[in-house]
Design a protein around this ligand. Sequence first.
Ligand code: FES
Length: 114
Amino acid sequence: MTGRPLCRIGDIPDGEARGFSLGEGRSRVDILAARRGGAVFLYRNACPHAGTPLDWVPDRFMSPDGIHLQCATHGALFRVEDGYCVAGPCAGRSLTPVPAEIGSDGTVRATLPG
Ligand code: FES
């Protein structure tokens, strides 16, 4: 299965994350893409606590220290590398991962079921 293109890796500054929406209406899927060097980690942009998007302000996903992904609603902190919640009301739960591929041309693709 071929993933759906989101962006080029260079569109995400190293250490930051960006939000993307794929599809329309009921089939719309919101994804966040977090970059660490040459790696990109994709998750559904939905907090395991209350299901809201992590970013109140578009593309503001990182904690003030830049270490974790942070939910804007109640402040949960998630590890970038595996989406595990290390602090907050959903500690011990995880963001839903989305398989990612990076092509030789730097295109980041998300593989979604269906
Ligand atoms: S909705 Fe994310 S911490 Fe509550």
